[in-house]
Design a protein around this ligand. Structure first.
Ligand code: BG6
Length: 479
């Protein structure tokens, strides 16, 4: 498209990406597949190195072989030449010294100081130790150039396990790295469908005037996964769905719906508006519901009698001028009836004013952002049914990524990786956003700690009855 916007960043500079926890789930299911896909799309520079670091006794060949499922893919052979492996533990300095040596040898070979990206693809409990050792061994200094460090450090949600931990982690990060060096990943921000919420709201003039408490009755956010915890029991148990997805992904979905129009689309302005929202979200008087799916305790990686929740639902309020008084009902669960991650903005029903006797539906206009699957947006409107008498029904207007654009776009991790390599932090969280969401959810965690009642729900259902009652007692219903 001549003269059109630049669609992808031009990554020319060689880099090296060190992945801590390279034998883990994140590296296997997201990072390496994402990198391979970018490579296939010719979006990576000619020269780049991926250096896996983990405790497992692997040779480089064995490490590459562990990505069996990728071997069949186009270009794996040439892509995997960029992959290296180093064995080491997070607690011993030796591994970090080996990394320094390896990285220096790459710099020597390239005849320059490559930008070093350190991706902490480990459980959050390892972050602190890794950061300490990176600093004490000067691995974080990069190329040994004092005062000039092109090092970038990438950490994944959940950032800490509560407000106190996240604050301590933040202090550690900001004590050793400048903000420009820190990438806090919440891959939901990288999803096309989430990015599109802002485009949809602010590039179209028709929704903004009704985007407030005069027109919106309530908002529902459903985050449902059909799968249970799969083989991630050792990560998930003790973490739970609140920390796994509510503290981060769902808060980002709320921000996208609620945030005011940023002054510009720059990193500073977008992050500023997002942070304001997380500070305005409050718990309502209704208690947060939790549940655990039947059979969760049978997982070999789950502690006997574990109290970890696999489902939660709660009612939140957003104290901004625009949204004051509009309830946000959110529910998140594993092993639910189907995959459905969506946001529905339910508008105030006005049909009854004129058409009471003609079959007004209980719920009228609903704008639904289908985050996944079936990515797109639907608008439910009321229409007259064809025929000689007046009778009303609801119909849908639908935008569908696959049909309308022919693609659902980049995978979220591809976008995340591209933005990291090009240094664009717009879609990465700032520490105040994180602390705001922890301070909101800390009280829920405390309440649960003292309450041993954990309802069990049937797998492949919509969760415990308490989650349904939460919204029904307000005379509303999950859509
Ligand atoms: C991760 C959570 O952040 O997101 C997982 O830890 C969840 O529990 C996953 O399954 C969902 O990601 P996506 O991109 O498939 O929606």
């Amino acid at each position: 498209m001549d003269g059109g916007p630049k669609v992808f960043p031009d990554l020319k500079n060689p880099f090296v990406l060190v992945i801590f926890g390279a034998t883990g789930d994140l590296a296997h299911t997201r990072l390496i597949p994402g990198l391979l896909s970018l490579y296939n799309k010719k979006m990576l520079p000619d020269e780049f190195y991926i250096l896996g670091f983990s405790r497992r006794e692997y040779s480089e060949g064995e490490f590459k072989k562990s990505f069996e499922e990728l071997e069949e893919k186009e270009e794996w052979d040439s892509f995997s030449k960029h992959i290296m492996y180093l064995r080491g533990t997070f607690e011993e300095e030796k591994g970090y010294q080996d990394l320094i040596e390896k990285l220096n040898s790459i710099d020597e070979k390239m005849g320059t100081c490559l930008t070093r990206f350190f991706y902490l693809a480990t459980p959050p409990k390892n972050y602190s130790e890794i950061l300490d050792n990176m600093v004490s061994t000067k691995l974080s200094d990069s190329c040994g150039h004092e005062g000039h460090s092109p090092t970038k450090v990438i950490i994944e949600k959940p950032f800490g396990k509560d407000f106190q931990h996240s604050k301590a982690l933040e202090e550690k990060l900001s004590g050793s790295f400048a903000e420009e060096q820190i990438f806090r990943v919440d891959h939901y921000l990288g999803k096309e469908t989430v990015q599109n919420i802002l485009a949809f709201r602010f590039a179209n003039s028709i929704f903004e005037p009704v985007w407030n408490n005069k027109f919106i009755d309530h908002v529902q956010i459903t985050w449902a996964e059909k799968e249970g915890i799969g083989n991630r029991g050792s990560f998930f148990d003790g973490v739970g769905i609140l920390r796994d997805v509510v503290q981060n992904h769902i808060m980002q979905l709320i921000s996208a719906v609620v945030m005011e129009q940023p002054k510009s689309f720059t990193k500073e302005d977008v992050r500023e508006e997002r942070a304001k929202v997380t500070g305005a979200v409050k718990l309502s008087d209704s208690r947060a519901v939790r549940g655990q799916y039947e059979g969760y305790l049978n997982d070999a990686n789950v502690m006997p009698a574990s109290q970890t929740e696999t489902y939660t639902a709660m009612k939140l309020l957003v104290e901004t001028e625009r949204f004051s008084g509009v309830p946000f009902y959110i529910r998140a669960g594993k092993n639910m009836q189907r995959d459905d991650i969506s946001i529905s903005v339910v508008f105030i029903q006005t049909c009854h004013i004129l058409f009471k006797e003609y079959g007004c539906p209980e719920v009228g206009n609903v704008l639904t952002f289908r985050i996944q699957p079936n990515e797109g947006i639907s608008l439910r409107v009321i229409a007259k049914r064809p025929g000689p008498t007046l009778s009303l029904g609801t119909v849908g207007m639908r935008f569908d990524y696959k049909n309308d654009f022919g693609t659902v776009g980049l995978d979220a991790y591809e976008k995340v990786l591209l933005d990291i390599f090009s240094g664009d932090q717009t879609l990465f969280t700032r520490s105040d956003e994180i602390q705001n969401s922890w301070s909101l959810l800390d009280s829920v965690l405390k309440e649960w700690q003292n309450d041993k009642n954990l309802p069990v729900y049937k797998g492949e259902s919509w969760g415990p009855k308490e989650g349904i009652e939460l919204i029904e007692k307000d005379n509303r219903r999950w859509l």
